[in-house]
Each structure stands twice: as structure tokens, then as C-alpha cells.
Design a protein around this ligand. Sequence first.
Ligand code: SF4
Length: 279
Amino acid sequence: MSKLKIAELFYSIQGEGRYMGVPSVFLRTFGCNFTCGGFGMPRGEMSMERDAIAERMVEFRDYNELPLVSTGCDSYASWDPRFKDLSPMLETDAIVDRIMQILPHRRWEDEHLVITGGEPLLGWQRAYPDLLDHDSMHRLKEITFETNGTQPLSPEFKEYLLRWRAQREITFSVSAKLPGSGEQWSEAICPEVVCEYEQVGYTYLKLVVATEQDLTDAEQAVLEYRTAGFTGPVYVMPVGGVERVYTLNNRAVAEMAMRKGWRYSDRLQVPLFKNEWGT
Ligand code: SF4
């Protein structure tokens, strides 16, 4: 049986992208190929918030006790090795048991499954067929991979997903990292990877922006994806893992979306739940 290292497993309302407002189970895997220290920082500077939290690690026994951050990656504990002991390695049977316990009717009905991270397509692709083939998962009809769009699908996993989607719906929500994240363009913008996702499921770009410079970067990135053949929709979403930052720029980002003819994605988990862990 396969195992997955799980940072969080919770039931909430999807706050972003195509399934905004849909009751969803979130399975957050551990590990990421990026660090995204630039979010919310002046261009070229990196957030030090998680370093300060790591120095106080002895105070935290549980993931939900960790402080939220206003700069850098808001799910830092799902990949920073200093927090890895808060994320248990679980067999897929145990994960499915937990999913059944948190679903309101103890079985899938209209809920949707979000596999997120970290980067959920980094290292765990071999485990997902075991999870999705479990008897209790057969009623599940819709699944989203929330990915940074850099990880190619293995041939085996691609073939599996193509079979899985015959009667169900797969979505790739690709939050490609623009320079404002602090990541390198050459590492983060991988059009050929995203075009491959599009062969397997409904795929869209969800670009986090705050400034006019971010919007210029988003335009360049979209041009590169389009040139490679990507046809899916583009969302822009305001930066802001905490409400104070989010409310500073959500309207401006909505206006950017209207100007460009792109879609606006909210982050409903911020105004609804203050983006606390488990929401
Ligand atoms: S890709 Fe996502 S999970 Fe990974 S560091 Fe960046 S924001 Fe965080």
C-alpha cells in the first residue's frame, strides 16, 4: 500500500478558482520545489517570517498552532523541512478513513477533492492511484490538483488519469510563479508541462498579482503559455494570505482582470475564515 506525507487534511469551502464556493476536502501533501519568499515583499527582497517561526518550534506541537504569515508562502509548513515532523506519513487506507470521517454524510456526494501542497505532483504521483481506487472513493466525481505547473506527469500517472476521467472530471489549477514570488522565471514558467496537463484535464492559470509590474509579468507569462499552445482560461488572484494584505489589493486586482479580459479569483478563505489553518 502507498503512503503520503500529509501536511493537512480538512473539509472547507474552496475559496479560489473554478470551484469557488464548492464544499471540498483538501489534502495537502508535504514538499515543494520552491520557497516563494518574495510574496508581499518589495521586489528582490525575501520574507524572513518563517525563519523567526522556526526558531520558536518548541512552542508548537500541532500544525494548527503555527502562526500565519503576511509575507512569503502562506503554507510554508507544508514544505519547509524544519516543520516536517508536524506532517505524518500515512497509508492511503488511513487517509481515506480520515476523509470519510470529515465528509458530512460519511461518503462522497456533491463534494470535490482538492489535492494541494506544497507541490502535490512532486514525488507523490505513484501514490494517488491507490488513494483514488479505494472502494470508498468511487463516488468521488471531481478532483483538482493545485499545482505550481512545473512537474511533468509520469507516463504511468498520465495514463491512469486519462482512464479515471472517462466518467469524472479532473482539473489542474496552475498557480505559476511570477517573479514577484521570488522564483526564477526559467524554473517557474514551464509552458510545455502545462500544455501536457491540458491533455488530461480542464486546466487554467491562476496568477497571483499585486502590482502593475506583476501584471506586466503575467502578460509575458500568458504570451509564453499561449505560444506553446495553451488554450485554457487565465485567472488573476490578489496576493494576501492575511486579511490586511488581501483587502489592500483585491479590488485593484479585480480591475486588472477586467482590463485584460481575464478572470478574477477571490481567496474566499481569507474574508470568510481569516485563512486559518484547516480552512
Ligand atoms: S509553490 Fe506554492 S507551496 Fe510551494 S513555496 Fe510557492 S506558494 Fe508555497
